[in-house]
Design a protein around this ligand. Structure first.
Ligand code: NDP
Length: 323
C-alpha cells in the first residue's frame, strides 16, 4: 500500500512556519505582510476561494486587503486598480482571483501586476524565468510549488527521476513540469492529444495528475512504487443537483460549480464526494506514495500562497498595519 502524503498536515506545518516568520517580521521590523485579494463579480466558486484565502491570511497574521469589484468593471478601471495596489507600500502581494469576466483580458491584467508583488506567480516574466536555465523567478505559482513541497516533505527524491505530468495548463501542468525539470527530473508532459498516455505515465517514478478528468489515472497506469500527486478537485454540495459523474467518473455537467480541493478546510461539512484525477482505490495499491483528495494539493496551495506573501514582504516593500 502506498504511503499517504498528508497535504493537510504538511500544510499545517507550513502555516505554522509562516506564522513564526510573520511574528518575527513584526517584532524585528514592525512589518506586517499585506496581501491584496482582488475579486471581480460574484461567482460563487470564486467567492469561496477568496474567503478561504482571506481567512488563511488572518490565521497566520498576514493582513488581507479586500478589493471587491463589480462584475461590470471596465478593463481600464481594473488596470487602474492593479496599478494603485502596485504603488501601495502596505501591499506586498497581489492576487487577482480567476476567472475574470469575459470582457476582461486576463493576460493583460496579470501582466500589469508588479512582478515583485506577483505572489500567484502568473506574470509572464516570472513564468519566463522559471522556464530558463540559470534564472530564478521571484515567485512560483502556488499549486505547482505545492506539488514540489509535497514531494520533498513527503520524502520523495526528484533528482534523476523520470516524471510524467498529466496536463499542460499555464497554472498547473506547465509550471510544475518546469519545476521538476529545474529539480533535475526528466519530464514527459501528457495532454489531451497525447497518444497512449498510459504507456508514458507507466514509465514514471513521479506522476503529477492535473488533467481535471476525475479518476482518469487507474492502477495499471502506475509503475509500482511511483510517487503520485493528485491535483484534484471536489464538487460542492451546492452543485450536487447539477453534477453527474458516470461510472468512469469522467463527466461533469456543464455549468456545475466545481470547487478545488483547496477549499476543503471551508467545506468540511460538505456531503458531496471529493473526486480526484487519480483512482485512489486502485492506485494506492500500486504506488509508493500518494496524495489524497481531499487533503492533498489543495491545502498546500493555500499554504504556498501565504509563504509567497511573506517572501514578498521580506523583500522590504513597506508596512501594513493590522486593523
Ligand atoms: P485545465 O483544464 O486548464 O487543463 C487541463 C489539462 O489537462 C490540459 O492541458 C489538457 O490538455 C489536459 N487533459 C485534459 N484531458 C486530458 C486527457 N484525457 N488526457 C490527457 N490530458 C488531458 O485545468 P487546470 O490545469 O486548471 O486544472 C487541472 C486540475 O487541477 C483540475 O482538476 C483542477 O480542478 C485542479 N486544480 C487544483 C488546484 C488545487 O490547488 N488543488 C488548483 C488548480 C487546479 P490540452 O492542453 O490538450 O487541452
Amino acid at each position: 500500500m502506498a504511503q499517504i502524503i498528508d497535504g493537510k498536515a504538511i500544510a499545517a506545518d507550513v502555516r505554522r512556519e509562516v506564522a513564526v516568520d510573520v511574528a518575527a517580521l513584526s517584532s524585528a521590523h514592525g512589518l506586517v505582510p499585506g496581501l491584496a485579494v482582488v475579486i471581480v463579480g460574484s461567482r460563487k466558486d470564486s467567492q469561496t476561494y477568496v474567503n478561504m484565502k482571506r481567512k488563511a491570511c488572518a490565521e497566520v497574521g498576514i493582513c488581507s486587503i479586500d478589493v471587491d469589484l463589480p462584475e461590470d468593471i471596465s478593463e481600464p478601471a481594473l488596470v487602474a486598480e492593479v496599478h494603485r495596489l502596485n504603488a501601495d507600500p502596505a501591499v506586498h502581494g497581489i492576487l487577482v482571483q480567476l476567472p475574470l469576466p469575459k470582457h476582461i483580458n486576463e493576460e493583460k491584467i496579470l501582466s500589469e501586476i508588479s512582478i515583485e508583488k506577483d505572489v500567484d506567480g502568473f506574470h509572464p516574466l516570472n513564468i519566463g524565468k522559471l522556464a530558463m536555465k540559470g534564472r530564478e523567478p521571484l515567485f512560483v505559482p502556488c499549486t505547482p510549488k505545492a506539488c514540489m513541497e509535497l514531494l520533498s516533505r513527503g520524502g520523495v527524491t526528484v533528482r534523476g527521476k523520470l516524471a510524467a505530468v498529466v496536463g499542460r495548463s499555464n497554472i498547473v501542468g506547465l509550471p510544475v513540469s518546469l519545476l521538476l525539470l529545474k529539480a533535475d527530473a526528466t519530464v514527459s508532459i501528457v495532454h489531451s492529444r497525447t497518444p497512449d498516455p498510459r504507456s508514458i505515465v507507466r514509465q514514471a517514478d513521479i506522476v503529477i495528475a492535473a488533467a481535471g478528468q476525475p479518476m482518469m489515472i487507474k492502477g495499471d497506469w502506475i509503475k509500482p512504487g511511483a510517487a503520485v500527486i493528485d491535483v484534484g478537485h471536489i464538487v460542492s454540495a451546492a452543485a450536487e443537483q447539477d453534477v453527474m459523474i458516470n461510472g468512469n467518473g469522467d463527466l461533469i455537467k456543464p455549468g456545475a460549480v466545481v470547487i478545488h480541493d483547496a477549499d476543503i478546510d471551508s467545506v468540511d461539512d460538505d456531503p458531496a464526494q471529493p473526486v480526484g484525477d487519480v483512482h485512489f482505490a486502485e492506485v494506492s495499491k500500486v504506488a509508493g506514495f500518494l496524495t489524497p483528495v481531499p487533503g492533498g494539493a489543495g491545502p498546500m496551495m493555500v499554504a504556498m500562497l501565504l509563504k509567497n506573501t511573506v517572501d514578498a514582504a521580506k523583500q522590504g516593500w513597506g508596512i501594513c498595519k493590522l486593523q
